[in-house]
Design a binder for this molecule. Structure first.
Ligand code: G3P
Ligand code: CA
Length: 384
């Protein structure tokens, strides 16, 4: 039994109280108090339910994972700001969705890095491009961030080149500063990307992450902070290092976490979302981050089907749910909420939020936190 597992039941009790808090909230809210619970979302600071988690910042409005994207999300009122973390060659954690930075920086246009272009296999996928683990932080800091999907979000290209790639240390300092200025903590939701891959390169993510969290007082169970990973062993490792609430991310049901593939564990996400699978997750984590399709599957024609029992089953194990990712553009919405024929135009995102919030989820990742916040307020008003 690991240290994290030994600590599990106590933490489970806390999160169990949190989920009970959700029910209690409904009653309290019915009595006219619209504010939400604390508990599993971290006692001592108030986090609404459903919480709006700014996915890579306000990435629907600014190039993702930049201080500009994080700042806009916070200014919009997002409840939590997300970071994805990968390392540099010299072991600094930086905020990128993947270690291949070909599409989100200007590195392809920088002749001094031309020789660094290479092909490698990351989690079983062959990729050609430029990778964070091949650059020192000093080198990476000479790059400028740019919009990932310019064909979809042309307006965001206005900001190409405006910001550098932030380190997680910079983000923590920014959050501390903004927290002092606002008189309330800034909530973060940090994900370890490809942790098994990086550990094999001698670039383990969890130890430097834990050290940074300690330095900024975000290592406690009550910290305004979540830690997330698609690899359960990364959350287990983090649980041995810090008490910060952990969230196990879950991709589609047939997928297999990469750490399971590496260790020969045959289980898939379908196994993890059974009551037995959730019970095991609850030994070391405080929540799950399922893809939205695990909460409400889509039918063959892309419309929303009937909700699964995942919300009920996870709550029964004291786990909060932070599904991902709701985006306003037609191309990302379920078919029933698309409007018109332009895939890049906004559809009826509010209709989609209503459907997902009705399932009882505790939070949601979104690229457009401004829309999510209005939808969450609508949901609370309707509930109250
Ligand atoms: O971390 C929640 C969500 O961000 C997972 O998807 O691929 O955008 O990191 P991804
Ligand atoms: Ca993420």
């Amino acid at each position: 039994m690991t240290q994290g597992e030994r600590r599990g039941p106590g933490r489970r009790t806390m999160i169990g109280a949190a989920v009970l808090g959700s029910a209690a909230l409904t009653a309290t809210a019915a009595a006219g108090t619209a504010q939400a619970r604390t508990g599993g979302h971290g006692s001592g600071s108030r986090l609404p339910v459903p919480a709006v988690i700014a996915h890579r910042g306000a990435s629907g409005h600014r190039p993702e994972h930049t201080l500009g994207s994080y700042q806009l999300a916070l200014d919009m009122g997002a409840d939590v700001i997300e970071q994805d973390l990968v390392p540099t060659r010299d072991g600094h954690l930086v905020c990128r969705h993947e270690n291949d930075i070909t599409g989100t920086t200007d590195i392809a246009d920088r002749s001094e890095f031309a020789s660094r272009r290479t092909t490698k296999t990351v989690d079983g996928v062959k990729l050609t491009g430029w990778f964070t683990e091949d650059l020192t932080l000093a080198e990476l800091k000479t790059l400028r961030a740019k919009e990932r999907i310019p064909a979809v979000r042309q307006e965001n290209t206005l900001y190409d080149g405006r910001w550098t790639v932030p380190t997680f240390a910079e983000v923590l300092r920014w959050a501390d500063r903004e927290g002092r200025r606002r008189g309330r903590p800034v909530w973060l939701h940090a994900e370890t990307k490809h942790p098994t891959y990086f550990r094999k390169l001698g670039l383990g993510l969890e130890e430097p992450l834990a050290a940074l969290l300690r330095r900024h007082g975000r290592h406690r169970a009550t910290a305004p902070m979540f830690l997330q990973s698609f690899e359960p062993t990364s959350i287990q490792r983090l649980a041995r290092l810090v008490s910060t609430p952990g969230v196990v991310l879950l991709s589609d049901a047939k997928s297999r976490p990469w750490d399971f593939t590496e260790s020969g564990d045959p289980r898939t996400v379908a196994d993890l979302i059974t009551p037995a699978g959730l019970k095991e997750i609850a030994r070391y984590a405080q929540g799950i981050g399922p893809t939205l399709d695990l909460v409400i599957p889509r039918t063959a024609d892309g419309r929303l089907g009937r909700p699964t029992t995942l919300v009920r089953d996870a709550h029964a194990r004291g786990l909060v749910l932070h599904p991902y990712t709701l985006r306003n553009e037609n191309s990302f919405l379920p078919a029933d909420f698309r409007r018109g024929t332009d895939p890049n135009a906004y559809g009826d995102a509010f209709g989609a939020y209503r459907a997902y919030f009705a399932t009882g989820i505790d939070g949601i990742f979104t690229d457009q936190p401004d829309t999510g916040l209005l939808a969450a307020a609508d949901h609370r008003d309707a509930r109250d």
